[in-house]
Design a protein around this ligand. Structure first.
Ligand SMILES: *Cc1c(COP(=O)(O)O)cnc(C)c1O
Length: 424
């Protein structure tokens, strides 16, 4: 469910015509809907209604400051995976006690900063990290609240590049080693054990792997209690999928997800921490591009657009299929032809869609890639010296540029030429 619909023959984001935004900011651009962010947060929050829970939005999905402020105003905490993300969350005023810090490679400097912000907890992913955290915290007379990220070795049945809960993935501590690591944690200075963390992957559309993981979390909780650990929360990770193209699996409703959480873990009396990213942000954003040319070869019809893999890498990185909506609704009534939508970048992998049945677009048509609000703008690059595209946030009938388009000066001036190279 989202708030991008046709009105008067034109695609709108809530109450704003997408063409009006395009005229104002140019193309390509990302466009986000406040109402959709809010809806997804509220649906998840209601599914966990009556339980003690904190939704820590995984801001790596979309970390624009305006998006973070929107989420924070809804009551969200934040799940961060770097000092940069922690600084982003703090910059919009999210208090440290609502921030969880994950990631396999936290450096001592990052730990010291996070401790100085008195964050809710560190999700620790190895013995080496645990010992480093203890050393940093103890040296500063501080206490780090920790959960250990347990790798349950379950198959999330998702794309290989976004599966994290298999034993061959780099994430977490093997289930069989976790209890001993908890014992070690409890003995270390500067460490307070507060929870268990699991995050098995992303774009998960089947509840079975979640149920398996939560079942293991339950047995881990019971074992840790027997060993005398005092747990406060269970961090369930993120990973709930979203519908990308109509051919994709349909994700489970948040209420069904909440139901299995309660079935597996409800009697343990512990607070839940949730780390949704994609399910909050994906459908809340679109990437709007413009057709530059079309061309046909005997084998293919190509629509060449001004958006490219550097703006939205998901199709080429994850084989993602974003739905494609023409901004002019009348195009939808035209007969479809099979085509690739490709960008200006000099790479064969530079496509946003392959072999899709879509109307025959013409120059200057605007084309929207749906469900691009998560892992879209945040993964963009300046490859081919292309400028980072603007992000626009809509709220009802108003819109604002929440990140302006980069300028060529800003991009090129990042480089310096040392004195010892002669200027040509
Ligand atoms: C990426 C990530 C998330 C968010 O995953 P989504 O699939 O976007 O919900 C949550 N927790 C951790 C630790 C992550 O790395």
């Amino acid at each position: 469910m989202h708030h991008f619909q046709y009105k008067n023959g034109e695609l709108h984001a809530e109450g704003v015509a997408v063409t009006d935004i395009a005229e104002s900011v140019g193309t390509p651009f990302y466009c986000y809907s406040t109402a959709t962010f809010a809806r997804h947060f509220n649906v998840l929050s209601e599914a966990f209604g009556g339980t003690d829970h904190l939704i820590c939005y995984a801001l790596k999905a979309n970390s624009n400051q305006a998006v973070l402020a929107t989420m924070a105003n809804l009551g969200a905490g934040m799940d961060v995976v770097s000092e940069g993300e922690l600084r982003r969350a703090r910059a919009v005023g999210v208090p440290g006690y609502k921030i969880i810090f994950a990631g396999v490679a936290k450096t001592k400097d990052e730990m010291a900063y996070a401790l100085s912000e008195n964050i809710l907890g560190f999700n620790v992913e190895s013995r080496a990290e645990l010992e480093a955290l203890s050393a940093v915290a103890a040296a500063n007379g501080q206490t780090a609240r920790i959960a250990i990220r347990v790798n349950p070795d379950v198959d999330a049945k998702t794309h290989a590049k976004i599966s994290t809960g298999k034993s061959e993935n780099k994430f977490g501590v093997p289930f069989v080693d976790a209890a001993e690591l908890y014992d070690l944690a409890a003995s270390l200075p500067g460490i307070q054990v507060t929870g268990i963390h699991m995050h098995i992957g992303s774009q998960i559309t089947d509840l079975t792997p979640f149920r398996q993981a939560f079942g293991l979390m339950r047995s881990m909780t019971l074992e840790l209690r027997e060993r005398g650990h005092n747990l406060e929360h269970l961090d369930l990770g993120g990973g709930l999928g979203v519908p990308y193209s109509s051919s994709n699996d349909v994700p489970p409703p948040p209420a069904d997800y909440a139901a299995i959480v309660k079935e597996e873990l409800g009697d343990l009396g512990l607070k839940y921490v949730l780390e949704p990213g994609r399910m909050i942000a994906a459908n809340a954003g679109i990437l709007v591009t413009k057709v530059i040319y079309t061309k046909s070869s005997p084998a293919k019809h190509f629509t060449i657009i001004d958006g490219a893999m550097n703006d939205l890498i998901r199709p080429t990185l994850y084989d993602a299929e974003h739905e494609i909506w023409p901004v002019r609704e009348e195009l939808r009534a035209e007969p479809n032809i099979i085509q690739d939508l490709v960008g200006p970048v000099c790479e064969t992998g530079d496509y946003l869609a392959l072999d899709r049945a879509l109307p025959e677009f013409r120059e200057d048509d605007l084309v929207a890639f749906m469900a691009a609000g998560a892992y879209g703008a945040v993964m963009s690059s300046t490859y081919n010296t292309r400028l980072l595209v603007p992000e626009v946030l809509v709220n009802g009938s108003q819109f604002a540029v929440v990140r302006k388009r980069q300028t060529y000066e800003e991009l090129i001036d990042l480089d310096t030429i040392p004195d010892w190279i002669a200027r040509p």
